[in-house]
Structure formats: structure tokens, C-alpha cells
Design a protein around this ligand. Structure first.
Ligand code: KIV
Length: 279
């Protein structure tokens, strides 16, 4: 098993020019598979709400749901660097709320760090969490928890004013102590400028190739989530048709009695005549 990375090692990858690979995980078996592929960090994203729990957005996701899934990811990947995503309402109220909930990710789920969304408005909270010993990753650009305030799930920072605002927020978050920064749905050249301006690594999702690392929702990469696939997602394979085909075959075989066959059944060790004979 590979040695679990530290925050310092993740940060050092930027200086070394090594791209950081990150994927979402929500359960033990997938976490184990992803960690076995050498992915640098697993994010227990609040995308859990849409991908696994069937909500229409990430807003309804609760702390208890996140802890339940993050703990499963830790059990499946004991050697992975795991980041727990702070759900909507778990950090916006006060720095104290953020410290209490961030601490839960570390103590109850065994996460190495947490991630939260927002720019200048979360800097005081980030600084308080870092001072309390919680490693925090930032997330700017398209922030799904507040997508309705941003006019929906769209690319951010396309005009000069919003681009400048985003670049300034990135610097302030770095100053507040984040060890890395997710840039979601950001034009690639703006992501390049932000990445070059920071000593902390940027992790892009729909933010082009110049980020210091990349993250995708694993269900999107594997073609397992059919409701909506953003245009920036590369679907490396389409598991949905494979799953449907094979589950349909299983159901057919059960119905017609060809499964289970002898190869998938146990033979008895007892003398059946004796078993059937009246006692
Ligand atoms: O919740 C999530 O999966 C995320 C990533 C898409 C960055 O925040």
C-alpha cells in the first residue's frame, strides 16, 4: 500500500511540477479501487447528494450524510489522502460552526483535510479553521452550493470585473491559509494566471490544462451518472450500458432458471436417501 500523502507533500508537488490527480469517492469499494490506481487525493464531495443520494442539488446534503460516506471512504482506502467536503450550512454561520464541523471530518471520518466553497467572504473562517489545526482546501469559480446566486451552473470569470474578483479571492484565500484551491468552470487562461500567481496548487474542474492538478466526479469519468454530464467532463468509459446489459442478463437467467447453475451452487455431503427417509 502506498504511504498516505501529507498536506506538505501535496503542496510540494506544485513546486516539483508534478500534476496532482484527484477524484471523488463516496464509498469503500470505489475508494479502494481509486486508491489502488495511485490517485493522489480522494474528495468525498458533496456531489454525493446528486450522484448517490438522488437530490437535485448539493444544498440538502447534511453533515451526518457526509461523515457517514467519508468514514466509508477511509475504511476502503486507509492509505489515501482524503478530503471531506463541508456541506451547505456547515460553515457559513460562524467560524465556530466551521471548526466544530471540520473537526468532525477529522475525528469521526478520519479525513486529512476539508474543502469549502467561497471567496473573500470565507477567508476569516478559513483562517480560524487553519489556526484550529484543520487543513482547508478552497473552491472558487462555479460554487455549486450557491449556483442560484451565480445565475446557474455556468462558467465564471468571463468578464474583466469578475475575473479580477476571482484572482483577488484566490490570493486572499492563500493568505488565509488554504493549502490548495479548486477552480471550477473557469476560462483556461484565467486559471493559468491564477495558478501562476499562487504558491499553493490549483485543482481544476472545467478550468483547463494549466491548473496544477485536476479533479473529476468519478461517476462522470466512468459514465455512470446519466442525469447530466457537464461539457468539460471526459467520459473515459460508459459503464451505464454495461451495467444495464448485465443486470438484464442476470434477471433473464433467474427468470428462466439458468442461474444459478451447478458451477454456482453447493453440493450436499449428506446421503440424500438417508435425509429423505422417515426418522
Ligand atoms: O462535490 C464535489 O464533487 C466537488 C468537486 C466537483 C470539486 O466539489
Amino acid at each position: 500500500m502506498a504511504k498516505r500523502k501529507t498536506v506538505a507533500e501535496i503542496m510540494a508537488m506544485k513546486a516539483a511540477g508534478a500534476k496532482i490527480t484527484m477524484l471523488t469517492a463516496y464509498d469503500a469499494s470505489m475508494a479502494s479501487l481509486l486508491a489502488g490506481c495511485g490517485v493522489d487525493a480522494l474528495l468525498v464531495g458533496d456531489s454525493l447528494g446528486m450522484v448517490v443520494l438522488g437530490y437535485d442539488s448539493t444544498v440538502p446534503v447534511t453533515m451526518d450524510e457526509m461523515i457517514h460516506h467519508a468514514a466509508a471512504v477511509r475504511r476502503g482506502a486507509p492509505g489515501a489522502f482524503i478530503i471531506g467536503d463541508m456541506p451547505f450550512g456547515s460553515y457559513q454561520g460562524s467560524p465556530r460552526d466551521a471548526i466544530v464541523n471540520g473537526t468532525r471530518f477529522l475525528k469521526e471520518a478520519g479525513c486529512d483535510a476539508v474543502k469549502l466553497e467561497g471567496g473573500l467572504e470565507v477567508c476569516t473562517t478559513v483562517a480560524a479553521m487553519v489556526a484550529a489545526g484543520i487543513s482547508v482546501m478552497g473552491h472558487i469559480g462555479l460554487t455549486p452550493q450557491t449556483a442560484s446566486q451565480l445565475g446557474g451552473y455556468k462558467v465564471q470569470g468571463r468578464d474583466l470585473v469578475s475575473a479580477r474578483k476571482m484572482a483577488a479571492a484566490a490570493k486572499e484565500l492563500q493568505q488565509a491559509g488554504v493549502f490548495g484551491l479548486v477552480l471550477e468552470c473557469v476560462p483556461d487562461q484565467l486559471a493559468r494566471i491564477i495558478s501562476e500567481d499562487l504558491f499553493i496548487p490549483t485543482i481544476g474542474i472545467g478550468a483547463g490544462v494549466h491548473c496544477d492538478g485536476q479533479v473529476l466526479v468519478t461517476h462522470d469519468l466512468l459514465g455512470m451518472f446519466e442525469k447530466f454530464v457537464p461539457s468539460f467532463v471526459k467520459t473515459y468509459t460508459s459503464l451505464s450500458p454495461l451495467i444495464k446489459e448485465n443486470v438484464t442478463r442476470y434477471a433473464e437467467e433467474v427468470r428462466k432458471g439458468s442461474f444459478p447453475d451447478a458451477a454456482h451452487s453447493f453440493t450436499s455431503q449428506v446421503d440424500l436417501d438417508e435425509l429423505l427417509a422417515p426418522k
